[in-house]
Design a protein around this ligand. Structure first.
Ligand code: ADP
Length: 464
């Protein structure tokens, strides 16, 4: 059965209260009432001894039974609800409460029966007259029979005490129930209202309101964790959404120019304004190559950006990898009249070899593209106990200060006119940054027109 947290908490409090009240009742009845009954029986014994002592004292005073004194003692007990019958040593009745006032005796017996009703063990209770011998100086002088209702007879005071006691227990029980209900209600409100807040925020997020955040801090650890998890979820959805929008916008923007150029060139040729000669077709072909390179780069970028890219890590020597990649580039560097140097010792690293190759290739090809003829490119590998630092430095024209903060952004090109010539799409550094970040590393740049540009990649060495 599906119930709200509020109902469940309130119910559990009530059930706990009922069980506790029931146990308290059972235990108090078991111990307190039992002890009280012993106390009542002891009281009865004391009262009986007192009756015997009073009658014996009367005999002793007169050295014989004085009928009037015995009668006045019997009457005073009868007024107090005690039925007695006094006999002398020969069994002759001296005073009998029933003979004296039978109606009153019957009333007393009925009253005693009524007082015993409803008390545990009262079923076997009945009226008996218990005989007690009366002595004068160790000589038996008579017998007194005391009317007793038992076992478990309670007199007025005893009964009042038990009733009051039971009333207190009932009161405590009722109070506990009401208290449990109120406490359950307060607790459930206290717990469920932050959960309701999380639910309503999650509903808004699911409807696409990714900027929704839960700002209230709860003093319950789990609720705080839940809140921050939902906030993180919203934040990551918001980022993804922004990334998606930006990507779509950027792609449309980047493709518009080459497509428009292509379209106008083609139309001019179709309309016969331009002749479809080799040079014009070559220019169109170059635009198409640019577009397909951009699409290829975008494909790579979506793989590395956004969701965490899957890394296929292995242990390898990054210095050896860098040397091999430099060799691949060697002829292109020679053709452009550039020098390339490598400094570094073999250094083991736990990383995705293919993706790190991609980073080195991007940085080398940038150095190749942007360093003018006669320039020098240095590749340095250093390491400290935790990190490997790969630096690729050229003595080219540098990157203008105002462009530096943006060069890692998608489609950002520092020098648009020169980039048209170099064919850069402004995605290479974005891809490199995403790969390095996925490895838990960082990439930085230092550049000035005098000294050239230096890219520094820091990667954790052996992080699993
Ligand atoms: P691109 O495909 O245009 O080279 P990148 O993301 O690799 O894209 O680089 C972004 C921009 O940063 C480049 O367009 C260029 O203006 C600048 N840049 C990158 N590397 C260098 C470098 N070594 N020297 C000068 N400018 C550079």
């Amino acid at each position: 059965m599906v119930n709200s947290l509020r109902t469940k908490l309130s119910m559990s409090y009530v059930i706990a209260a009922v069980i506790i009240v029931f146990l308290i009742n059972a235990l108090t009845n078991l111990f307190v009432v039992e002890h009280f009954r012993e106390y009542v029986n002891e009281n009865q014994q004391l009262r009986n001894k007192e009756i015997v002592a009073t009658l014996a004292a009367q005999y002793k005073g007169n050295d014989n039974w004085n009928i009037d004194s015995v009668a006045s003692i019997g009457e005073s007990y009868l007024i107090n609800g005690i039925i007695i019958k006094v006999k002398d040593i020969n069994g002759k009745t001296l005073w009998d409460a029933k003979e004296h006032n039978n109606g009153m005796c019957q009333q007393i017996i009925e009253h005693m029966a009524a007082n015993s009703n409803g008390i545990a063990g009262s079923k076997e209770a009945k009226y008996t007259e218990v005989p007690y011998s009366l002595y004068n100086n160790l000589n038996k002088v008579g017998v007194v029979e005391i009317g007793t209702y038992g076992p478990n007879y309670l007199n007025e005071h005893d009964k009042a005490f038990i009733d009051a006691f039971n009333n207190v227990l009932i009161g405590v029980g009722l109070f506990s129930l009401v208290f449990a209900l109120i406490l359950g209600w307060i607790m459930s409100r206290w717990l469920s209202s932050p959960i309701s807040r999380v639910i309503s925020a999650a509903k808004s997020i699911s409807k696409g309101y990714y900027s929704e955040r839960i700002n209230r801090i709860s003093n319950t650890t789990e609720i705080n964790e839940l809140t921050s998890t939902v906030n993180q979820l919203a934040e990551s959805l918001e980022k993804q959404e922004a990334l998606r929008k930006r990507l779509t916008g950027d792609v449309a923007h980047e493709l518009r120019t080459p497509l428009a150029t292509l379209q106008s060139h083609m139309e001019a040729m179709i309309d016969g304004i331009w002749e479809a000669d080799a040079e014009r077709l070559k220019s169109c072909h170059e635009e198409i190559v640019r577009i397909s390179k951009m699409v290829g780069d975008l494909e790579k970028l979506t793989k590395y950006e956004g969701d965490k890219p899957v890394l296929d890590k292995e242990l390898f020597d990054i210095a050896e990898l860098a040397k091999r990649l430099i060799q691949n580039f060697e002829s292109q560097f020679l053709n452009k009249g550039l020098n390339i140097e490598f400094i570094g010792d073999s250094t083991e690293i736990n990383a995705d070899r293919d993706k790190i190759s991609q980073v080195i290739i991007n940085l080398l090809s940038n150095a190749l593209k942007y360093t003018p003829v006669g320039g020098l490119v240095k590749v340095v590998i250093k390491s400290d106990p935790n990190d490997v630092i790969l630096a690729i430095k050229d003595n080219g024209p540098g990157i203008p200060g105002e462009d530096l903060p943006y060069i890692f952004e998608r489609f950002y090109r520092a020098d648009k006119s020169r980039n048209r010539l170099t064919g850069g799409s402004g995605i290479g550094l974005t891809i490199s940054k995403a790969i390095v970040a996925a490895h838990g590393g960082s990439i930085g740049v230092q550049s000035s027109p005098d000294t050239g540009t230096e890219f520094t990649v820091t990667l954790p060495k052996l992080k699993a």
